[in-house]
Design a protein around this ligand. Sequence first.
Ligand code: ADP
Length: 536
Amino acid sequence: MSLAFDENGRPVLILREQEKKARLRGIEAHKAHILAAKTVASTLRSSLGPKGLDKIIVDGDGGVTVTNDGATILQEMQVENEIAKLLVQLSKAQDDEIGDGTTGVVVLAGALLQQAELLLDRGLHPIRIADGFETACDIAVEHLKTQADTFEFTAEDPEQLVKTCMTSLGSKIVNRDLRHLAEVCVDAVLSVADLERRDVDFELIKVVGKEGGAMEDTQLIKGVIIDKQFSHPQMDKELKDVKIAILTCPFEPPKPKTKHKLNVKSKEEFEKLYKQEQAYFTEMVAQVKASGATLACSQWGFDDEANHLLLQNDLPAIRWIGGVEMELIAIATNGNIVPRFSDLTPEKLGTAGTVRELSFGTTKDKMIVFEDCPNQKAVTIFVRGGNQMIVKETERSIHDALCVARNLVRESTIIYGGGAAEITCSLAVSDAADKHSNVEQYAIRAFANALDDIPMALAANSGLDPVGTLAAVKAAQVETGNSFLGVDCALKGTNDMKAQGVFDPLSSKVQQFRLATQMVKMILKLDDVIVSGAYQ
Ligand code: ADP
């Protein structure tokens, strides 16, 4: 296919002769897109909510991932279809921006497309449907804002944050240890949050998983933990009042920049070389010692010779520390990252109350913890779990809960979960549809129907009758005017989500509505698929 211009400068698309492109047009294209997107959405539908099922994904190498997180399921699924790929991006967009609600956004997009298909069958033009959805989305978002509750919290009383994080974690595999994990997440966010500016720097929270122990052993370490060990097994395992040199220069002799050959012909020459090398090491260790450091953290490795010298000189060291960890250590200990031994001065050293090595059970695994640091801002959530799969899923769930807590620190507004928000918006949107006299009213009403799909999915996944449950909850909302009535997924005997403590951040739900609508609009506006190079 190539682009050419005619004599008036208008662009013309030239398809090469005899090259039959796989091409779908018009309504056929719309239908094909909708089918692809619906298939992806239906895969996720059964994972929505506290009773949603998990998925096991097997990759090409036979590795398995068990997860309930929408974004992860889609990312690992390796979809081929281009429209299905858009849905993968949709859940990723929600993940990047908000962090939670990645399943819900795809289920909503699927429901919207299903409604769009019915309207297309009735002869509505895709653009009118897209416009109607846009209008309906604005109505829903505006209504949702009026139904949201703002709450106050303090670092001493973060109960509301904990409860909202519990809702997020409640639908994940980790729900066995709900309250504890939610408290760890909230504690982590509040430790690094700037409550005045209402900002949370995620760079300061590190999540480190280690197989073994129980999920209940997951803890917040107010300091930095790194997956390393002291460079020599005979070095002290616990250091107190530590002065830390944070180095990005290797403990090794300088290397020439170009390739060269060195011929050692005699024992004397070798000894000379060895002495020279030793002199370098001795000089480096002396420089570190002279600065007053009692621990050397190096981004690079060092060979056995240097390691031995460090031990002899009573200077514990850690090697091969990653760039991110180096920064975390520097921030926490208030030290400078030093690129040359000669630049090392006492002021540039970081300090920590304790640096200790942790060991686990009978395994050889070790970790090092920096605690009582002057700048406690950087914290680490240390995740434990019976096996690798649980640890990974716990890490993902913690990521979601951290995002929820961060979003609430930024904007302390919540709406009620369990489909309550969707039902109240659905009612508001269908009311508004009646006031539109043009054909868009059908699209607006269809949007309301699509919103109903979320509570129906929640009910279906909890083993309840979806239509009956939706009808009952909707009727109750209309009758009482309470927008906090939702689907009783946990079968606690009440639909009152306020009483059940099922909250979602407002920002997450608004983003879900907006992103799903945008994506569906985009799909509706595609009416031609030209697959370059594909023959029919
Ligand atoms: P997502 O990846 O979109 O966050 P989840 O599987 O976490 O999807 O499900 C979130 C949905 O489940 C939200 O609509 C939330 O309101 C609902 N939910 C979570 N916990 C409960 C509960 N205990 N009762 C009813 N609904 C709940």
